[in-house]
Write a protein that binds this ligand. Structure first.
Ligand SMILES: Nc1nc2c(c(=O)[nH]1)N[C@H]1C(S)=C(S)[C@@H](COP(=O)(O)O)O[C@H]1N2
Ligand SMILES: [Mo]
Length: 297
């Protein structure tokens, strides 16, 4: 799988000092001051969660439905070599080694808030590639209206798959403008280390303005299609989980409020904080102008 060069590796303490402006797409491990940028006084600092916390509290039902139960079960999961199928409305389709899929694309470092529909959140320093760069590399055609994604199915390596907790394989989808948005990332690393199996190795989607279940892990198939694709949680229970699934504090889950969230690692006394519309990524609001976000949730 993709390996970062030594020169690209940033020590953890540098990440801890990076600020929100990184998520606006400014890469490189320099502070806003060093880059001569105005400090974004209205934006709070984004302090990433500890690496150990990010890799120990996971949703990955192919292994376990327990968040602490995923990491102990990933030992047999082989993530290298890895092939990805590119299908549908692309000039170039077929099955490709992941290294060839990513070769030549610009590496991205993005510190993103991540909000699960269950009401917990964390801040993750991801490394990866723009999904748009991957789609363009294979010659995305203008007939494509949605991108569909699929997770690998290896029951012999993924012990949770023996239970019918979901209709395997895990599948997700994005509308084409969402897929092409600069914020939409294919993550291959966390804290400049290869992304661990429990977080979706070797490559998983990250869509920071949507609930976490849209961010599908361990992707083996990317299809450009014309109809809204199957999306696992939406199809499992469409009353509780929408296809769009934009983070929205004003639309409650039928069984709990979405107005607040519990930041991971906050400790027993830290309590809850307000959830922001689009998880704080207001720049995506224009994608949904004219849509009733209470209806298309
Ligand atoms: N294939 C697959 N992808 C998945 C899931 C899953 O169970 N299987 N869980 C989703 C949910 S609900 C969340 S919140 C995030 C969790 O990502 P993390 O474990 O890296 O925090 O992964 C998403 N992607
Ligand atoms: Mo989630």
């Amino acid at each position: 799988m993709y390996k970062f060069k030594d020169s690209e590796i940033t020590p953890e303490h540098v990440f801890l000092n990076r600020r929100k402006f990184m998520s606006a797409g400014v890469s490189a491990g320099l502070s806003a001051t060093l880059l001569g940028l105005p400090s974004l006084a209205s934006e709070e600092d984004l302090i990433p969660n500890k690496y150990e916390d990010i890799i120990s509290y996971n949703n990955y039902y192919e292994f376990s439905t327990s968040k602490e139960g995923v990491k102990p079960l990933v030992g047999d999961f082989k993530t290298s070599p890895w092939e990805v199928q590119i299908e549908g409305a692309f000039d170039k389709t077929g099955t490709f080694d992941l290294n060839d899929v990513l070769a030549g694309l610009a590496k991205q470092d993005r510190i993103y808030r991540f909000r699960c529909v269950e009401g917990w959140s964390m801040v993750v320093p991801w490394n990866g590639f723009r999904l748009a760069d991957i789609l363009n590399k294979f010659g995305l055609q203008s007939s494509a209206k949605y991108i569909a994604f699929q997770t690998v199915e290896r029951p012999e390596e993924m012990p949770g798959m023996r239970y019918r907790s979901l209709d395997w394989p895990y599948r997700e989808g994005l509308r084409i403008d969402e897929a092409m948005h600069d914020l939409t990332l294919m993550a291959t690393g966390i804290y400049d280390k290869d992304i661990p199996a429990q977080n979706g190795a070797p490559m998983r989607l990250v869509v920071p303005w949507k609930y976490g279940f849209k961010s599908i892990k361990s992707i083996v198939k990317i299809s450009a299609v014309t109809e809204e694709p199957y999306a696992t949680w939406n199809q499992t229970n469409s009353r509780e989980y929408g296809f769009y699934a934009n983070v929205n504090p004003n639309v409650d889950h039928p069984r709990w409020s979405q107005a607040t969230e519990r930041p991971l690692g906050g400790g027993l006394l830290a309590g809850r904080v307000d959830t922001k519309m689009f998880n704080g990524y207001d720049e995506v609001a224009s994608l949904y102008s004219g849509m009733d976000l209470k209806k298309f949730f």
